[in-house]
Ligand binder design. Structure first.
Ligand code: A4P
Ligand code: MG
Length: 197
């Protein structure tokens, strides 16, 4: 099972519903969903003048090759009605692969880790919430990267919540607003046999 970190973002339509739909498509498409962060309202980074985003980060595992996961991300985006108009433009749903195991690739079709993750607070803040020990292959500790990332507005929305609708997952209540199917350990990879709380 390869450990995955995915980033979800939406700034068009019913943003929370779009993120939830994305999670549901990913969960039904061969990913073992393990934890999703709180929802964050974030100022748009790059692109044209556009509305604020809702962003979240998902930890998952999968036996699928990376290219199949990229296709699954595109399916999730299409299901949420995404239309590609311009780069970094407004979108109902964007799903990016931040990390696929420890794979490093400069292939433009699937660059790993995601080429801009290290400088994006809307990725680093939710990821750190799920895993304080998180590290980005080739870049180092996420906590350290956050210190040098350009400061942008990233506000946690405790009033909004995403759910993991996995068929057989055992649910954990966390104090921080994140939904988990299992407790997360140091590397962000949940222990399959850890006990429920
Ligand atoms: N691609 C290469 N590597 C990856 C990867 N690791 N994950 C390719 C996903 N896709 C990857 O993506 C363009 C191409 O990147 C794809 O064909 C894929 O093969 P896209 O989703 O079609 O277009 P895009 O999202 O507009 O471009 P890009 O470069 O992925 O944009 P970013 O860097 O993801 O930025 N501000 C806030 N606050 N929150 C956001 O979520 N998102 C963006 C998009 C800009 N500003 C934002 C946010
Ligand atoms: Mg994208």
């Amino acid at each position: 099972m390869t450990a995955l970190v995915l980033s979800l973002g939406s700034n068009l339509g019913d943003r929370l519903a779009n993120l939830q739909l994305g999670l549901d498509v990913l969960g039904g498409g061969g990913l073992d969903l393990q934890a999703v962060s709180s929802v964050y309202e974030t100022d748009p980074v790059g692109g044209p003048d556009q509305a604020d985003y809702l962003n979240a980060v998902l930890l998952a595992g999968s036996l699928l090759p990376a290219r199949d996961i990229l296709e699954l991300c595109a399916t999730a985006e299409a299901t949420a009605g995404r239309v590609r108009m311009e780069r970094w433009g407004p979108r109902t749903l964007d799903v990016d692969i931040i990390v696929y195991g420890d794979e490093v690739s400069t292939d433009p079709v699937l660059t790993l880790p995601h080429p801009r993750a290290h400088e994006r607070e809307f990725v680093l803040v939710p990821w750190l919430e799920l895993d304080p020990q998180a590290a980005l292959p080739g870049w180092g500790a996420v906590a350290g990267l956050l210190g040098s990332a350009p400061a942008t507005a990233v506000r946690r929305r405790p009033d909004l919540r995403l759910e993991l609708h996995e068929r057989s997952s055992r649910r954990f209540t966390s104090h921080d607003g994140a939904a988990r199917s299992r407790p997360v350990t140091g590397l962000g990879i949940p222990e399959a046999d850890a006990s429920c709380s």
